[in-house]
Write a new protein. Structure first.
Length: 341
């Protein structure tokens, strides 16, 4: 891998998740890899890339290690189902986080593809990727366990760009762009294809035949700063939204109001009017001690009047109206925001 760009952000990697927008760009071409490329120029493509977030206890693949059955199927046939099962097992065992599957990408006609939001976490801070060079015996490219964290500052990278090279999975023999080849028995460890390890015909070398150039570019940019995973010190204040309560629901609210220290019977209706409907100065009859409470509410509210309250987007405490809503034991609560139509 060549790290072309590593730009730190201000987002702490110890307590926060990081959501990235990632793309995959092809650089495998006749210009960069001319030997025998013209024989497959119209069909050269990448199998659906597989990406996963994981911790130190899991390797999708690694240099000088044997390929797993899932990596073998990707490298030889571009099939992802077996590898997906391996990732699922790692997730079940608490070794991996989310994974993403891209689409097949043809070199001649397709531009770079961008994946769904890629989220890394303090628990699963490593990113691994893989995609088959097709057609080929068992050649692929990808990233083996990269951590986009600036270790000096302890922050996620704002952006990073990585050039990746061709690799031989070590599971199939072959020295040209073909799919039908004999199995490598026993399998060899995964090996990077360089000027020293490419087949004798020089396939994949650059025009000067002195090096193997990168075949793909993986670019990721921090998309959003997700809230901290520390529930004690880093929870943000709840967002609020304003909700309008229709007349009928207001009536329901009035019925359940019970004052902590209710006024005397003589002035009970006056207290309700002046506290909740601010109508005492406008309607002395309503606020007299002789009217009924329900009549007071109806006269003070008027037909069609709405009352707004502010409601935490997380449910919980409800405040608002002219003086809030209290019950005998404190704030009157609702189970969740969805309980309001």
């Amino acid at each position: 891998m060549d790290f072309i760009s590593l730009v730190p952000s201000s987002l702490s990697a110890d307590q926060n998740n990081a959501t990235y927008s990632c793309s995959f760009l092809n650089t495998w071409s006749a210009e960069n890899h001319p030997i025998l490329y013209n024989s497959i120029e119209s069909s050269a493509h990448w199998s659906p890339p597989v990406l996963t977030a994981h911790g130190e206890g899991y390797d999708m693949w690694a240099p000088e290690k044997l390929a797993s059955p899932g990596v073998q199927f990707v490298a030889e046939m571009g099939a992802t189902s077996q590898l997906e099962q391996e990732i699922l097992a790692a997730q079940t065992n608490g070794l991996a986080g989310k994974s993403w599957i891209g689409t097949a990408q043809f070199n001649l006609s397709d531009g770079p593809q961008t994946f769904e939001d890629v989220q890394l976490t303090p628990e699963f801070p490593l990113l691994s990727t893989i995609s088959m060079m097709a057609p080929s015996p068992d050649w692929f490219t990808g990233i083996p366990g990269f951590s986009p964290i600036d270790e000096t500052e302890g922050v996620w990278y704002e952006s990073f760009e990585i050039h990746t090279y061709p690799w031989d999975a070590g599971t199939e023999m072959g020295d040209t762009y073909s799919l039908n080849n004999n199995a490598q028995v026993p399998p060899n460890p995964i090996t990077q294809l360089t000027v020293d390890t490419v087949p004798e015909n020089g396939i994949l070398l650059d025009p000067s035949e002195t090096t193997v150039l990168p075949v793909a570019v993986w670019s990721c940019t921090l998309k959003q700063e997700t809230v901290s995973t520390d529930p004690v010190t880093s929870d943000p204040p709840p967002e609020e939204e304003e909700v309008t309560i229709p007349d009928q629901e207001q009536e329901d609210e009035i019925i359940v109001i019970v004052e902590d220290n209710p006024p005397s019977n003589e002035n009970q209706n006056e207290g309700v009017c002046s506290r909740y409907f601010r109508a005492c100065g406008e309607d002395s009859e309503c606020c007299s001690g002789n009217c009924e409470r329900q009549r007071c509410g109806g006269r003070a509210r008027g037909t069609g009047r709405d009352i707004s309250l502010r409601l935490s987007s997380q449910g919980g405490t409800i405040v608002g109206g002219a003086a809030g809503r209290r019950g005998r034991n404190g704030w009157l609560r609702r189970g969740s925001q969805s309980s309001i139509p």
